[in-house]
Design a protein around this ligand. Structure first.
Ligand code: GDP
Ligand code: MG
Length: 281
């Protein structure tokens, strides 16, 4: 496994930007209960299978010990890097910062909990041989849900997906934008970075839609998934998060329309800030 993947990496993915093959990006907000277990699992798996990729953890505005724990962990595991910001950036905002600094040719974005096991990330990486972007899915062929999400989240999630399909016809064949792992090639990020501006949980839609708009291929892969509700930032504030996500969808729709200038008006920016504060407390 190790040899075949490494050789395929060096053949297919060597480019002028960097000698590093992989980067793993993890946004982490108040994750002191989950982040170390996640890092240990990833470090062990990728050490054995793919020679220590860099792992970038982005923390922002944490009110717990997440950044201290990651900083301590990185002393023993130098491939783990911490990007800490004092201000809350949001999940998307944190990922954007990570994408700016990632050096790998293949970039894996994943969550701070162990919902998506490293073996599933490996599956996505393998698929990325033939696609520009690979996203995991709870609702595509081959998916297996070991622990399902609560019913209210399931319903809201499906409604969100229906809305995404309605508002963005290019996404009509995407069934799960929000599952916790994506693999994106570095050349994709170089192209779409200026279009990534959704800083909350709707960032995933921004990433996928902007990739499609640029003509990149996006593959959705069914995975084995285990929903972890303890310490979930989404479940804790479901109505507010849902409202914020809906507002972000509207912003993304406006951005990709002739009404884009509206986004830059003072009134809209004030509304945006109000919505951010109201939905990210
Ligand atoms: N850096 C950062 N990460 C965030 C923020 N909000 C959520 N996250 C991360 O986004 C990921 C997904 O969040 P989670 O609460 O597990 O969502 P769920 O899996 O949909 O219940 C986790 O790694 C969170 O720590 C944020 O404001 N900043
Ligand atoms: Mg989670």
């Amino acid at each position: 496994m190790y040899i075949s993947l490494r050789s395929f990496m060096s053949n297919a993915y060597s480019n002028k930007y960097s000698k590093k093959e992989f980067s793993i990006i993890i946004p982490a907000y108040n994750e002191e209960k989950r982040i170390i277990e996640r890092l240990e699992t990833l470090v062990n798996f990728f050490h054995k299978n793919m020679g220590n990729p860099e792992i970038i953890v982005i923390t922002d505005g944490c009110t717990d010990k997440t950044h201290f724990l990651v900083s301590e962990f990185s002393k023993k595991h130098p491939q783990v890097k911490l990007l800490n910001f004092s201000k809350r950036l949001g999940k998307g905002g944190a990922i954007i910062e990570g994408l700016r600094r990632a050096e790998g040719n293949i970039i894996v974005i994943t969550d701070a909990d162990n919902s998506v096991a490293p073996a599933e990330l490996y599956k996505l990486i393998t698929e990325s041989k033939n696609y520009d972007v690979v996203i995991c899915s709870r609702y595509s062929n081959g998916a297996c849900l070991l622990i399902k999400e609560p019913f209210n989240r399931f319903i809201l999630g499906r409604a969100f997906n229906a809305l995404v399909k309605l508002m963005f016809w290019r996404m009509s064949k995407i069934y799960d934008t929000q599952c916790g792992a994506k693999v994106v090639k570095r050349y994709v990020i170089s192209k779409i970075l200026p279009d990534l501006f959704i800083t909350g949980f709707t960032f995933d839609v921004n990433l996928i839609y902007s990739s499609l708009r640029h003509g990149f291929t996006v593959k959705e892969v069914g995975i084995t998934y285990k929903h972890i509700d303890d310490y979930s930032k989404v479940s804790k504030n479901l109505p507010r998060v849902a409202l914020g996500m809906f507002f972000s969808l509207v912003k993304l729709r406006l951005y990709y329309s002739r009404f884009r200038p509206l986004l830059y008006t003072r009134t809209f920016q004030k509304l945006s800030l109000f919505m951010w504060n109201a939905t990210n407390a």
